[in-house]
Design a binder for this molecule. Structure first.
Ligand code: C2E
Ligand code: CA
Ligand code: CA
Ligand code: CA
Length: 278
């Protein structure tokens, strides 16, 4: 640290400058990604009763130098800038375009697509209008569109959020609460959100066979969903043993590497056509 003449210690160490520089570079590269068509949606199958019933759309970035980059490396930065808004809008449009394409193919027609929505998007005044405009433009069936939100929304703006969710729900769009159990929302808040589904977080599924606490939590989430009239899905299902345990606890819908990793749309179509093995 350097000291200037008046006892003020400047806290910028060289590594911090590097981190700031990396951030600035990432932000400018993300802008380029939007302009340069470097994003792609991958689709991860969701399975019930041995059938693919839908998918979650997961964003991928074809970085010109670094290759395929996952969202963990850039969604946080996008959320801390306004970039999540155009990126989120791109994602929604791409997913709706895909839905419309699949609707034209009989055996794909009913497949729902779940899209991750950042709270920043939901807080936008025009979120309802913009989302409905994308539906109209693309011709997607809103009943096949699910929006995944997380508990990290915090309490401010809940009234408005609920009103927006209800407005979209009137058009057939469904909402689900992602990563359930990892956030801090109260049950009273959960009760008020117009949700259709809860998603059991991967962190409870991972050790479900060895940690009785995780099994208890999963069981409670299933019971809670049933009490609230919500459907339930578990993410991060990697083994048949985990799947069987979840079935025993009352969860019948799964997403995870056991069935397939997130994959390009064409691969997903092939998988739907071939049917699920497990
Ligand atoms: P998420 O919504 O919890 O998505 C599930 C993540 O778990 C995905 O990581 C997926 O590849 C991974 N996963 C799925 N099955 C398994 C499994 O069996 N085992 C393990 N270990 N992992 C599994 P991904 O694609 O890297 O996405 C990470 C996060 O980035 C997502 O977590 C979501 O929060 C965010 N994200 C992804 N796409 C978007 C997007 O379009 N918009 C926004 N706002 N966020 C996105
Ligand atoms: Ca998700
Ligand atoms: Ca999740
Ligand atoms: Ca998760």
């Amino acid at each position: 640290a350097k000291t200037d003449g008046r006892n003020l210690v400047r806290v910028f160490e060289p590594w911090m400058e590097q981190a700031v520089a990396r951030r600035i570079q990432l932000v400018s590269e993300l802008r380029g990604a939007l302009d340069g068509d470097q994003f792609e949606l991958y689709y991860q199958p969701q399975v019930e009763g041995g059938r693919i019933v839908g998918s979650e759309a997961l964003l991928r970035w074809h970085h010109p130098e670094r290759g395929l980059v996952g969202p963990a490396e850039f969604i946080g930065i996008a959320e801390s800038t306004d970039l999540i808004l155009p990126i989120g809008a791109w994602v929604l449009r791409a997913a709706c375009r895909q839905l419309a394409r699949w609707a034209a193919v009989p055996h794909n027609a009913r497949l729902a697509v779940a899209v991750n929505i950042s709270i920043r998007q939901l807080m936008e005044d025009n979120f309802v209008r913009d989302t409905l405009a994308v539906i109209a433009d693309t011709g997607a069936d809103p009943r096949c569109l699910k929006l995944e939100i997380t508990e990290s929304m915090g309490i401010e703006g809940v009234e408005e959020t609920i009103a927006k969710m209800e407005a979209l729900r009137r058009h057939g769009i469904r909402f689900l609460l992602d990563d359930f159990g990892t956030g801090y929302s109260s049950l009273a808040y959960l009760k008020r959100l117009p949700l259709e589904q809860l998603k059991i977080d991967r962190s409870f599924v991972r050790d479900i066979l060895v940690d009785p606490n995780d099994a208890s939590i999963a069981r409670s989430v299933v019971a809670l969903a049933q009490a609230l009239g919500l459907s339930i899905i578990a993410e991060g299902v990697e083994t048949m043993a985990q799947r069987d345990k979840l079935l025993e606890l009352g969860c019948h819908r799964f997403q995870g590497y056991l069935y397939g990793r997130p994959m390009p749309a064409e691969e997903f179509e092939d998988m739907v056509a071939a049917g699920v093995a497990r």
